[in-house]
Design a protein around this ligand. Structure first.
Ligand SMILES: [Fe+2]
Length: 242
């Protein structure tokens, strides 16, 4: 009986819903981004991105494209977003798997729409939100402090300082469906996800700084044979807002 069971191959398929790409950045990338954001945060009256953001966080400086270019970072970010889009094209453009048909080998263009740092301290938080006027969003963690335990009797707290993504309605425990995924921030981790994917960041206790950067991207998917754009950025998505 045991032998027979061992010959049964299983695999789990989870083809529905939004996809999150995770990359682990090497130390030199993390250090360059920490240096850049240190300099920006030390600049008096740095341009803030905060008026465009819902975060209950006081330090959210803008990071410009030229600042990212100056440390060679834009190529790295661009390639991760391009990788994400390219991997997912067969979900929608493919004769075998996609709903649009086609050959799934089009050209992909990506462009940065906006980038900012989030320097989060004790009791600050980010309410549930999505990102506007783009198609792809990214998060990268630069600093994660020790969180002071809340010491609430009978409770384990692995939630403080986490990000939680939310998609797909109610929990359905009997069918093992959970509409959220909670992720602990780890320095160097970089996530790419659809801009429409709701997410929230929980507050924490303690003296340290939790620092991340976010960026928004546009993409264009172009049919290689006809030159016609088939997915991605439209006029409405690129109307000057961030
Ligand atoms: Fe966000």
């Amino acid at each position: 009986m045991e032998d027979k069971q061992q010959k049964v191959r299983t695999s789990v398929m989870r083809p529905f819903g939004p996809t999150i790409l995770k990359a682990e950045m090497p130390d030199f990338v993390v250090n360059d981004m920490i240096d850049l954001t240190d300099k920006i945060l030390e600049t008096p009256d740095y341009p803030s991105y905060g008026s465009k953001l819902i975060g209950q966080i006081s330090s959210e400086p803008e990071i410009t494209k030229s600042q990212l270019e100056s440390i060679g970072m834009i190529e790295i970010f661009d390639s991760l977003v391009k990788n994400y889009v390219t991997q997912l094209i067969p979900q929608v453009i493919s004769k075998s798997t996609g709903t649009l048909g086609g050959q799934s080998d089009p050209t992909v263009e990506v462009s940065l729409k906006g980038c900012w740092a989030i320097s989060q301290y004790e009791n600050e938080y980010n309410p549930v939100h999505s990102h506007g006027s783009c198609q792809i969003s990214c998060i990268m963690y630069l600093k994660v402090p020790e969180f002071t335990p809340r010491n609430i009797e009978g409770k384990n707290n692995d939630i403080d300082g986490c990000i939680e993504f939310i998609h797909g309605g109610s929990a359905d425990h009997n069918h093992f469906i959970r509409p959220t995924v909670r992720i602990k921030p780890t320095v160097g981790d970089f996530y790419v996800f659809p801009n429409t994917l709701l997410h929230t960041v929980y507050p924490f206790l303690g003296d340290g700084e939790r620092r991340s950067i976010s960026c928004n991207y546009l993409h264009k998917v172009i049919d290689s044979e006809t030159g016609v754009q088939v997915l991605g950025d439209s006029v409405n998505a690129n109307n000057g807002r961030s």
